[in-house]
Design a protein around this ligand. Structure first.
Ligand code: UDP
Ligand code: GLC
Ligand code: MN
Length: 333
């Protein structure tokens, strides 16, 4: 509908990559809603051009930062103070209803039915299910609500240092008042939940409509070999706990197929400048893959067990989801 929109946010070029993949995934699943990207001043010109080719509107907004280092340290995410910028989405008053989606989400099927929901609808947070996760939520733009939220931020702050803390305190009846405002988890499947409740993922995972790469490591922090369809990364990083390899491949395929070519064009014929060297966007996919770290050495099964028990599972390798699934299947038989 003309007066409804999906909205996302990117304050820098890396999150802009996520925003572009998200926008493209919404397009691929033939949304009939408008697409809006809020961007910060640090997003560079080629990224703005590419965002413009995917989104109906790209709006430059001022950065809002909680600067609440104490609470952010508790989340081990000092970078998230800037998520206060998300609150600008309430100023998009030329739309009657919107769905906000984090730039690290990926749409797996058409989700236009979300617009049948009311403000504030969201899915439970996997870490504390009486709070909603603010990576996907339905809202009604309103200058009045925006002003109240900004005032709330400056007077009361946020218990997590980011937007999710503020929004949960502001919309504080979400957990109890109206079940229709609880979006099913499949609209915001945080990849962390895959490993924290694997049998549920096995049972319901195929119904997922939106996957959320929640956590410090994002798809764009990895590299990808398009030929072997392999995502490369630090295979022993505990952060991999948050990412599911199949969804990672999906993200990268979309990025390589639909985003990278436009981005390269936006950089012009002589593609590399300092910015893109830094972000590795100009390298073709092969070059990017060449930057992948060397694979880990072979380890004994005893050492593997010790690492697993110490929380250092090799989620991209021996302990990958396919292997766990195979094991589960053998138990179930
Ligand atoms: N974001 C951004 N720049 C940043 C950090 C966050 O634009 O430096 C935006 C982006 O839309 C992102 C959202 O804020 O998806 C929330 O941050 P993130 O997804 O990293 O938090 P998580 O879901 O991992 O807790
Ligand atoms: C969360 C949400 C994210 C939010 C952040 C800061 O984990 O996934 O959308 O920006 O916390 O509050
Ligand atoms: Mn997120």
């Amino acid at each position: 509908m003309a007066d409804q929109a999906f909205v996302t946010l990117a304050t820098n070029d890396n999150y802009a990559k996520g925003a572009m993949v998200l926008g493209q995934s919404l397009r691929n699943h033939t949304t009939t809603e408008k697409l809006v990207a809020l961007i910060g001043p640090r997003v560079t010109e080629p990224y703005r051009t590419t965002l413009n080719s995917i989104f109906d509107e790209v709006c430059l907004v001022d950065i809002m930062d909680s600067k609440d280092t104490a609470h952010l340290a508790m989340m081990k995410r000092p970078d998230l103070g800037i998520t206060f910028t998300k609150l600008h989405c309430w100023t998009l008053t030329h739309y009657s209803k919107c769905v906000f989606m984090d730039a690290d989400t990926l749409v797996l099927s058409n989700i236009d039915e979300l617009f049948e929901r009311e403000e504030l609808s969201a899915a439970p947070d996997p870490g504390w299910p009486d709070c909603f996760n603010s990576g996907v939520f339905v809202f009604r733009p309103s200058n009045e609500t925006h002003e109240k939220l900004v005032k709330f931020c400056s007077e009361k702050g946020s218990f997590d240092g980011g937007d999710q803390g503020v929004l949960n305190s502001f919309f504080n009846t979400w957990a109890t008042a109206d079940i229709s405002k609880h979006l099913p988890f499949i609209y915001n499947l945080s990849s962390i939940a895959i490993y924290s409740y694997l049998p549920a993922f096995k049972q319901y995972g195929h119904e997922a409509k939106v996957v959320h790469f929640l956590g410090k490591m994002k798809p764009w922090n990895y590299s990808y070999d398009a030929e072997s369809r392999e995502v490369k990364g630090h295979s022993l990083s505990p952060d991999l706990l948050h990412l599911h390899p199949d969804y990672l491949v999906m993200w990268w395929e979309l990025y390589c197929k639909s985003v990278l070519p436009v981005l390269k064009q936006a950089y012009g014929d002589i593609p590399c400048n300092t910015d893109c060297t830094e972000d590795k966007v100009c390298g073709d996919v092969k070059e990017v893959a060449a930057l992948a770290p060397v694979p880990p050495r072979q380890i004994s099964s005893e050492e593997r067990k010790q690492r697993w028990e110490a929380g250092q599972a090799d989620y991209m390798g021996d302990d990958s989801f396919v292997h766990i699934e195979r094991k589960l299947d053998s138990f179930l038989k």
